[in-house]
Design a protein around this ligand. Structure first.
Ligand SMILES: [Zn+2]
Length: 146
């Protein structure tokens, strides 16, 4: 925060984005393990969950998963999430893809743009390397497992 120009600070204040800014994403190892586990167990269905976390000192820390009722489906997991806006503590989403493509679909991109700050897609074989992460613009974002 100290490095921001006065103009930036003012813009952040006006836009209400100051609490949402992050330059780095850290994810608890337990959360990643849970995601891998659930993606494998749900296959061939998709699963979807909300990510819980907070932004502190420009670092987004993801420290929990939040499940919605009916989190697996044959229709595409994200459709369930379309039905309800993310609750306050939901900072983003994670969902699985059957198959080896972790790129966002058109529906995924639409959802990302409307909800949260950080989104993960995990494809087969459901390992750490098969997770892609995106910001709300659908751009790839790096993350660190801690
Ligand atoms: Zn998807």
């Amino acid at each position: 925060m100290e490095n921001l120009s006065l103009f930036q600070r003012l813009m952040n204040y006006l836009l209400g984005t100051d609490r949402k800014m992050f330059q780095e994403v850290n994810i608890d190892r337990e959360v990643v393990d849970e995601i891998l586990q659930i993606a494998r167990n749900s296959y061939p269905k998709e699963f979807v969950a909300m990510l819980q976390g907070k932004v502190k000192d420009n670092v987004l820390l993801i420290d929990g998963l939040l499940f919605l009722p009916g989190e697996t489906s044959d229709q595409g997991a994200v459709m369930n999430l379309f039905m309800m806006p993310l609750i306050d503590e939901g900072i983003g989403s994670v969902h699985s893809h059957p198959g080896y493509n972790a790129n966002p679909s058109g529906a995924d991109l639409h959802f990302f743009s409307k909800n949260g700050l950080f989104h993960m897609i995990i494809a087969q074989p459901y390992t750490l390397d098969s997770i892609n992460a995106y910001n709300s613009f659908g751009e790839r974002v790096d993350f660190k497992v801690i």
